[in-house]
Design a protein around this ligand. Structure first.
Ligand code: AMP
Length: 129
């Protein structure tokens, strides 16, 4: 059974995509901790970060860095926080979260965004890459 992220990668379900290359994709988290919360995902379906082969792991970090630098330009924040959790979706993903306060890293605290807000954020981040 493919993961929800494989379905996004295959275009079977929609996402607010901000970046993509041959091996990785980045899209907005649908239930964000903070405005601009973005997920960077390898296209290969592997459950845990440290199960990735070394090359894919390093390239995921390089891809995430590129997206994080764009995110910091596009969204007002003090810095971009990074987390890898995977308790909900068993497909490696790096959370990039624009931070203004410590509670923005709290995964039990969510913000609600309208489709228009998601679209505007997508355009701003894409333009900054
Ligand atoms: P975790 O696996 O605990 O690192 O969390 C998975 C994250 O994926 C959560 O922050 C969810 O809000 C997010 N998520 C789940 N389904 C989707 C989706 N269809 N599009 C975007 N983000 C999603």
């Amino acid at each position: 059974m493919p993961t929800v992220f494989t379905k996004i990668i295959n275009g079977e379900i929609p996402s607010y995509k901000v970046a993509e290359d041959e091996n990785f994709i980045a899209f907005l988290d649908i239930n964000p901790n903070a405005k601009g919360h973005t997920l960077c995902v390898p296209k290969v379906e592997v459950d845990k970060l440290f199960e990735l082969d070394e090359n894919t792991y390093l390239n995921l970090m390089q891809f995430s860095r590129k997206v994080a630098l764009a995110l910091e330009k596009a969204v007002s924040c003090k810095r971009v926080g990074v987390a890898v959790v995977g308790l909900e979706v068993p497909h490696v993903h790096v959370h990039l979260i624009p931070l203004n306060q410590m509670s923005d890293m709290d995964f039990s605290k969510k913000v609600s965004l309208s489709p228009d807000e998601f679209k505007t954020l997508t355009s701003k981040i894409k333009a900054a890459i």
